[in-house]
Write a protein that binds this ligand. Structure first.
Ligand code: GLA
Length: 394
């Protein structure tokens, strides 16, 4: 059984794009082990697009680019396996991949067999260059069946960007995760919009088949293939990673693990946050409030009241954990420090219940005592706080 909890690993695309090679994979595998990512739970090392030659071989099979992968793919997989990791590769349901390499439309069974022979454990399956009259669901069904026919346990990571509402059918066709959005950029607006866009769909995400909101950009700081030159702050990366964890989304790292700074390495390996993502029941959070109440702005724009309501500036989420406790996540998506609200009645805990929350800050360990009725912490701009909450009589 695979993907009982959300898959975790590393994918080459966000930082390296087409610049992948045997040497890069080996160095990343080494880094995953030596820097403690494997022991933190990251299991899959996945190469994305641009690994093959531009045409299939005479036998109709995909051919690894001999300049990038001079020892072939089996050797790469063997190395990754020797490190106690699993190896993932990429193809596409269309006739060409997004970068124009041969893809698996009509070649599903031979390609799945090839991947299995190489020792592949994970297949990301993209959606570019798909025939206009093709049937999306049928082609994902076909690759899913082709993977099963290999007899090898291969995690099927469908990536059709939310086309035809995959949350309603990917689980039934055997996929273990499915991309629900367009591509992430290493930018606060991009990744918060991606997460917010899927809040209504996460009830269909859970054990064995997860809504995938794309690979993380934590640690890229504007560089690399999906870096757009804008440098995220550490707090913005905290928002990204904790949102993914609150959602129990797949955690596929996208930064360069060889040179990750201490802040980002600690964030990505944080055992408390990973435990939230990997909670065995994998329940999605519900939205306590999105832009729920007024925020006080001492310097309002001309003509606006200082108690102005700003569009989509604050988000509070509540997640049930399998041990009977809860995580309250407060997100300040605005550009100024603000009180982020949570009225506990919105969590099913009205004042008259006689219960409150004993709250501990997940990241600092700070015990902030028992709160009743409401708790509205001030959160810095583009930052967040997560609290572990235990029900207590009060
Ligand atoms: C699409 C996918 C990305 C990446 C690229 C590769 O855009 O959504 O995640 O795989 O293709 O070309």
């Amino acid at each position: 059984m695979i993907a009982r909890t959300a898959p975790m690993g590393w994918n080459s695309w966000n930082t390296f794009g087409a610049n992948i090679s045997d040497a890069l994979v080996r160095e990343m595998a080494d880094a995953m082990v030596e820097k403690g990512y494997r022991d933190a739970g990251y299991e899959y090392l996945v190469i994305d697009d641009c690994w093959s030659l531009r045409e299939r071989g005479a036998d109709g099979r995909l051919v690894p680019d001999p300049e990038k992968f001079p020892h072939g793919m089996k050797a790469v997989a063997d190395y990754v396996h020797s490190k106690g990791l699993k190896f993932g590769m990429y193809s596409c349901a269309g006739v060409r991949t997004c970068a124009g390499y041969p893809a698996s439309f009509d070649h599903e069974f031979v390609d799945a067999a090839t991947f299995a022979e190489w020792g592949v454990d994970f297949l990301k399956y993209d959606f570019c260059n798909f025939p206009a009259n093709g049937d999306c669901k049928m082609r994902y069904q076909t690759m899913s069946m082709a993977l099963k026919a290999t007899g090898r346990e291969i995690l099927f990571s469908a990536c059709n960007w939310g086309q035809q509402e995959p949350w309603h059918w990917m689980r039934s066709i055997g996929a273990h995760m499915y991309r629900s959005t367009g591509d992430i950029l290493d930018n606060f607006v991009s990744f918060t919009n991606i997460a917010k866009s899927q809040l209504p769909n996460f009830c269909d995400s859970g054990n064995y088949c997860f809504n995938d909101i794309d690979m993380l950009t934590v640690g890229m700081y504007g560089k690399g293939n999906v870096g757009i030159g804008k440098v995220c702050t550490d707090a913005e990366y905290r928002v990204q990673f904790t949102l993914w964890c609150m959602l129990s989304a797949p955690l596929m790292m996208g930064g360069d693990l060889r040179s990750m700074n201490d802040f980002c390495a600690d964030l990505l390996r944080n055992p408390q946050l990973i435990a939230i993502d990997q909670d065995e029941e994998a329940r999605p959070p519900y939205v306590v409030q999105l832009d729920g109440v007024t925020v006080t702005n001492p310097n309002p724009p001309e003509g606006e009241h200082p108690w102005s309501r700003q569009p989509e500036t604050s988000l509070t989420l509540l997640k049930h954990l399998s041990d009977g406790e809860f995580i309250l996540g407060y997100y300040n998506l605005s550009t100024q420090d603000s009180e982020i609200p949570c009225i506990f009645a919105d969590c099913g805990l009205p004042y008259a219940s006689g219960y409150g929350f004993a709250m501990t800050d997940v990241l600092t360990g700070e015990d902030i005592g028992v709160k009743r009725d409401f708790y509205n912490p001030v959160i810095p701009a583009h930052d967040c706080r997560l609290f572990r909450c235990r029900l207590v009589r009060c």
